[in-house]
Design a binder for this molecule. Structure first.
Ligand code: PLP
Length: 388
């Protein structure tokens, strides 16, 4: 590598270090979990693990380990993209199960939520169209828009007046990109109002249900469906890495749009499909999800316990949220890291979220609550925060 390249890399890292936001990998500490997205404990649920494990063993027994051309599924790696060797009846049945669960016409699996958002937003909104997006949508939506050919314009977070102004002044085909439950603020989209405006201005809605999936709705079906608004939504994206406790994502759309994605969506076309172990974990989670009332109730009880015990504090502003995501906005990277460390030193793993992941001045500690956090842990955590 040339010296200039080394110098570039070093100077970019120094930039981060001096802004107090150098990202580093940390091995999980074993402290009380107030940072993972495993809202319902599915990622640590033994019954789900056993169900997925037994499913793979049963398929292996049935299919054997013959060369690929002599069997219908490959037990370990999927061996190729869905358009080549990576497709099989198991993945198609899983898509059918998900389309039914989400009451959509069709479902298309993706290797991750990042891939889904990247691929959908870069392939569908074409030249001369505009994507009007909530300013707080996830980085994967931004990256998709950047790769795509459509224009893009932000509207202020959840601000219906601003959205209306942007819809009114935008020419050509319009898409509106939102999240159902915002990943950093933990608040929900003003969905009914957004849908009414999108109907009025004939805009197609793309909603990312990454954080609402599994926890909103009687069966964990997410916000759009729980509010009966799903049939009017052009595209819904549900990820599996959070409450589902697995990995991957699914896009719910019309059969024709699915066909479009199979033809034009590059992360879908040019990547090896999910392996059987991942598919079995997703299936086990969705077989259980409609019955996971106990976990959803425990989660909601824990959210009420946290919000009921946390007190106003001049050190931070608590963003109002009824969700598992509770953000203490502190401002300043160094400051936020220091306060997070004080909380971690007491045995509670809550992580600082720094600029540029969140806007400068909005640096925060994001506390993620779960069904499995004990009442004692939550009392102790709120005590620790109240005594900062
Ligand atoms: C709102 C939102 N959308 C999409 C993603 C990406 O999903 P995945 O982790 O499955 O790539 C995330 C993950 O952080 C997210 O928070």
């Amino acid at each position: 590598m040339s010296r200039a390249v080394h110098e570039h890399i070093r100077s970019k890292l120094l930039e981060r270090t001096s802004a107090d936001n150098l990202r580093t990998l940390r091995v999980n500490s074993g402290m009380a979990d107030f940072f993972s997205n495993d809202y319902l404990g599915f990622a640590r649920n033994k019954a789900l693990f056993d169900a997925a494990h037994n499913e793979v063993l049963n398929i292996a027994e049935r299919e054997g380990f013959e060369p690929m051309e002599r069997k219908s599924v490959s037990i370990s790696g999927s061996t190729g993209s869905r358009l080549l060797s990576g497709n099989n009846s198991y993945v198609e049945q899983l898509e059918q199960q998900l389309a039914e669960f989400y009451e959509g016409e069709a479902a298309l699996l993706f290797n991750s939520g990042y891939d889904a958002n990247l691929g959908i937003l870069s392939s569908i909104p074409y030249k001369d169209a505009t994507v009007i997006y909530d300013e707080l949508v996830h980085a994967s939506m931004h990256d998709g828009m950047r790769l795509g050919k459509a224009d893009r314009v932000a509207f202020r977070h959840n601000d219906l007046e601003d959205l209306k102004a942007k819809l009114r002044t935008t020419k050509g085909l319009k898409f509106v990109a939102i999240e159902a439950l915002y990943s950093m603020d933990g608040d929900e989209a003003a969905l009914a109002g957004i849908m009414a405006l999108c109907r009025q201005y004939e805009a197609a809605v793309i909603i990312d249900e990454a954080h609402s999936n599994g926890i909103i709705g009687n069966k964990g079906e997410g916000k759009a469906q729980a509010e009966g608004l799903h049939r009017d939504i052009f595209m819904r994206i549900y990820t599996f890495g959070k409450a589902i406790g697995a990995h991957g994502a699914v896009a719910i759309c019309s059969a024709e749009t699915k066909q479009f994605l199979i033809n034009y969506c590059r992360p879908f076309i040019f990547s090896t499909a999910l392996p059987m172990h991942a598919l079995a974990a997703i299936k086990a989670a969705y077989d259980h999800l409609p019955q996971a009332d106990k976990e959803r109730k425990q989660l909601n009880d824990n959210i009420a316990l946290f919000t009921g015990n946390i007190k106003p504090n001049p050190l931070f502003t608590l963003i109002e949220s009824k969700s598992p995501i509770q953000s203490l906005v502190i401002s300043g990277n160094a400051n936020t890291k220091e306060i997070a460390k004080t909380i971690q030193d007491k045995g509670y793993d809550a992580r600082p979220i720094l600029a540029p992941t969140v806007p400068t001045g909005k640096e925060r500690i994001r506390i993620c609550l779960h069904s499995f956090n004990t009442a004692e842990e939550i009392y102790d955590l709120t005590d620790a925060i109240n005594n900062l």
